[in-house]
Design a protein around this ligand. Structure first.
Ligand code: SF4
Length: 374
């Protein structure tokens, strides 16, 4: 293999074999000052996963660069494993897989077939006859990897499926391999890391931990975004209107609304500001109650109720558009993410796979004429 190919696919057995042939071991890399650049490159690899910038091309031009690129891959894995954070593992796996995809789409068909079979456990063949390469794989191998891709065009019923085999163009096949690689990397991490490695990499680990903390903070801010009444569920809108119109709202309603508003990103002053328009508003009472629910007084921050609890309280409006939401808070974020996807802005990801599936379903229903009335 040439330095370019070796550096583009450091996860390949052949790339790691090439490193062994060069007589370099990870033990030497970690203990010798001559390999400082490799450790630095490994850390950069991890830090890159925490940015929103495009994937950097690490293609090497010569053997020295190839050595650094390939060795930086296991160093990055050690750093990710040392921190052991699930968010970091996922971001790292996705970043490495995306980087590989950028190269895979330019490879010829036979290279992709070998990579798929040898490294990613995706057996496939080329369909004979056509001008452009068409990859043929069993639908079970397709589903294993495509089921985690959310776009509707990847659903099995939207594929060219004949006699149990799916046909894919090269770009689609490379995208599927990206997913297979992401899954592989995620499943391999975290690795066990020895005390010696933890000690040797302690400075780099501290930097990665700092990066993860910053990333979490920014994701949290991003996921709240600007509060908007456009995404608020009907039950909360009803309670808010009643509060603002001075209509008597039972204690459970005031509690549910306040807890909900605090969990979609509003602070004490924002919430009191919303309630202040009521004609019988009493600042001191409202302030005490809001601060109590937000945990400023009691030390316990209350969670907003689920839809089933809201039903028990008798304050769920039972509207079709939110019957699968599970909770008013979840409904709010589903609507927010949906609006962001439709406007082309980057939407913060759902917190769980279940939530992602529910959103994809809701989008599909809406496309077919059902879904939210908004
Ligand atoms: S189903 Fe849930 S979100 Fe919808 S009105 Fe009832 S409690 Fe609110």
């Amino acid at each position: 293999m040439d330095p370019q190919t070796i550096s583009r696919y450091p996860f390949r057995g052949e790339s790691q074999e090439w490193i062994r042939e060069q007589g370099v071991s990870l033990g030497v890399v970690l203990t010798s000052a001559a390999y400082v650049r490799v450790v630095e490159a490994g850390k950069d690899r991890v830090m890159e996963a925490m940015t929103e910038e495009g994937v950097l091309d690490k293609t090497a031009l010569d053997e020295v660069e190839a050595l650094i690129a390939v060795l930086s891959y296991p160093i990055a894995r050690m750093l990710v494993s040392s921190v052991g954070d699930l968010l970091l593992i996922r971001r790292h796996a996705l970043r490495e897989a995306k980087a590989a995809y950028e190269h895979m789409v330019r490879e010829d068909a036979s290279f992709l077939l070998e990579l798929a079979r040898e490294e990613l456990n995706v057996p496939a063949a080329i369909e004979e006859g056509g001008e452009e390469a068409v990859f043929r794989l069993h639908f079970t191998d397709y589903l294993k990897n495509a089921s985690s891709i959310r776009a509707k065009k990847w659903k099995l019923h939207n594929q060219d499926l004949r006699e149990g085999f799916v046909r894919l163009e090269k770009r689609q096949f490379a995208r599927l391999l990206q997913e297979a690689l992401r899954r592989r990397i995620e499943s391999e991490l975290p690795l066990e890391v020895s005390e010696e490695i933890l000690e040797r990499l302690s400075d780099e680990i501290d930097q990665v931990v700092g990066g993860v903390e910053k990333l979490r903070e920014s994701l949290q801010k991003e996921s709240y975004g600007e509060f908007s009444l456009d995404y608020i569920p009907p039950c909360m809108m009803d309670l808010l209107k009643k509060m603002q119109e001075g209509v008597n709202v039972p204690h459970v309603g005031r509690f549910a609304l306040t807890a909900f508003l605090s969990h979609v990103g509003l602070d004490v002053d924002d919430i009191i500001g919303l309630f202040r328009v009521s004609s019988d508003f009493k600042e001191s009472i409202a302030s005490y109650q809001v601060r109590h629910i937000l945990g400023d007084i009691s030390g316990t921050r209350y969670s907003p109720p689920s839809c089933s609890t809201m039903q028990t309280y008798g304050i769920c409006l039972r509207e079709k558009r939110c019957e699968h939401a599970g909770s008013p808070r979840r409904y709010y974020f589903q609507q927010l993410r949906r609006a962001e996807r439709q406007s082309g802005r980057s939407a913060p990801p759902p917190e769980t796979e279940k939530e992602a599936d529910a959103e994809a379903e809701a989008d599909a229903e809406s496309d077919e004429g059902g879904g939210p009335d908004t």
